[in-house]
Design a protein around this ligand. Structure first.
Ligand SMILES: Nc1nc2c(ncn2[C@@H]2O[C@H](COP(=O)(O)OP(=O)(O)OP(=O)(O)O)[C@@H](O)[C@H]2O)c(=O)[nH]1
Length: 233
């Protein structure tokens, strides 16, 4: 049943007031969409970028390296003995520590660097246009900064972080996963060697672990030749 006494509102009224209202609604909607998009890329606890954003940003940067030949470095940073911190001071205080660390890391970086929470107590820092030796210097500076910082007003715990650094070169095969693994290996070494230190994937490691397209083609040709020789014998 319809209420015939109620005036039917047109979907669109070309009077100025209606247009204004529609414009306001559109603006509000756009803001909501932008805010949702931002949330999808932000870590809720620390406010830095999340893992999803990390993979996207690193992939974009690798593509840029392949186009421009500019250097690119990745740093993985992990809080030392964070479980012990949580056990001693509580999970909430652990959360506050992660927030404080994200702030300290971020204030040590340039605007174009990308700081992300990689997961748990681990952060990733993408350093565009940065060669390996410079990335090592940056990681070392951050390490020293964190180690001497009083991170929480109400807690005297001394906190340190370990760092793994790797760089991407256009001649390397692989992408996001391979570069992340390289940095992660170095982070593991830093932990093994006693923590609160920076370990770096030497250039030699890149070259030894990667094979160019040309080298691959030669290797396959050699294998095919061997195969044919075996069949002929
Ligand atoms: N408070 C808090 N704790 C977290 C969060 N994410 C992960 N953790 C804790 O971080 C701890 C990480 O422990 P481990 O992986 O053993 O590492 P660790 O104690 O830092 O030891 P090393 O890395 O070897 O120095 C675990 O106890 C997790 O529960 C978080 O968002 N908040």
């Amino acid at each position: 049943m319809t209420d015939s006494s109620r005036p039917v509102e047109p979907l669109y009224c070309p009077s100025q007031g209606q247009e204004c209202l529609a414009q306001q609604e559109l603006t509000a909607l756009r803001e909501q969409v932008a805010s949702l998009a931002e949330q999808a890329h932000t870590d809720a606890l620390t406010g830095v970028y999340n893992y999803r954003h990390f993979r996207q940003a690193l992939s974009d940067e690798i593509e840029r390296v392949q186009r421009t030949g500019q250097p690119l470095a990745l740093v993985l940073a992990d809080v030392d003995h964070f479980k012990a911190f949580n056990d001693t001071y509580g999970h909430e205080q652990g959360n506050r520590l992660l927030k404080a660390l994200a702030e300290q890391l971020s204030c040590q970086l340039r605007r174009l660097d990308v700081l992300c929470r990689f997961g748990g107590e681990e952060f990733a820092i993408i350093l565009p246009g940065t060669a390996l030796n410079l990335a090592q210097t940056v990681a070392e500076r951050i390490r020293a900064h964190i180690a001497r910082q009083k991170l929480l007003d109400d807690c005297d715990a001394q906190v340190s972080m370990s760092f793994g650094v790797a760089s991407f070169k256009p001649e390397n095969l692989g992408g996001v996963t391979e570069l992340t693994e390289l940095a992660d290996k170095q982070l593991y070494r830093a932990k093994e060697q006693g923590r609160n230190r920076v370990c770096v994937a030497e250039d030699g490691l890149h070259k030894a672990e990667s094979v160019t397209h040309e080298e691959k083609a030669v290797l396959f040709a050699m294998l095919r030749d061997d195969d044919q020789d075996e069949h002929q014998e």
